[in-house]
Design a protein around this ligand. Sequence first.
Ligand code: PMV
Length: 307
Amino acid sequence: MAYGHGKVILFGEHSVVHGRPALAKSVPNGAEVTAVLSKSGLTTLGISPWGVQLDTGPTPIVPHEKLQAALKIARDFYDDDVELTLSASMHLPGGAGMGSSAALGVAVLRAMDEARRIERPEQEIFERSLVWERVFHGNPSGIDNAMATHGGLATFRRGPEPLSERLKPFVPRHPPRLLAGYSGPSPSTALMVQGVADLLARKPEETNKQFDAIEAIVNNGKLALEQGNMRDLGQLMTMNHMILASYFLLSTPELEKMISAAKGAGALGAKVTGGGGGGCMIALVDSDQTYASVKAALAALGPVYDV
Ligand code: PMV
């Protein structure tokens, strides 16, 4: 069995695309893939519970052409005649800001290696999964792939250096307790990323100031985690959300409803996570009691995940 992790971004989504740091926590084993040899002449991929079935044949599989293209790219990494039947189990919502496509990519690539008895360094899995991810996201920063490959709690910065120099895992004083609420589908992350890139091109000075503010929030967020200061951590999440919502216009009425319900039920802070424009929000809780009340408040509005 091969795995890829999902992730939630605590701080720094979007600015991370433009070379600023971000801080994320993995959602362990968000995707699991098993591989057995196939005699059909094609590599196939079944994904449950999404009800998706794909193959590397020439017939376009509507409406999953992108997934099919990514599967073909993964298969083409190997110069051999080994064809596999891949079965994936997803424990993450798709297209919701929790890194499902990167998690699936890493799990598929690892399963393809496992079936061939290849042990590949993390750096190469990361690079291959980034090629997979570009099919879906156009210009990904790589944070989803870094988290899908390595897991844990870490800061990440985009750049030419090896992954080990850009992904910096660290140990929090207390693991943060987070809940994610799904507000409904979002437009593609690629579209949301393009919107922020357009804003940066139109208003470089103002936009860079917002990126500066987010960078300071990322740095302070890491300190708050290392010191176990959950109140500060929650406030920083809410501050990051304010910038994403008011300047980058990445929130929606549904997300705002969930964020205010979580805070009303005792969350220390809450924000949109990932691409935005829909998808997921996250809320920080600090006790069993607030965990239960925030979970109930969010569950009344949509699906809730422990992250
Ligand atoms: O929506 P997701 O889970 O793919 O998160 C994307 C995070 C962004 O910063 C918006 C894009 C990126 O590539 O870093």
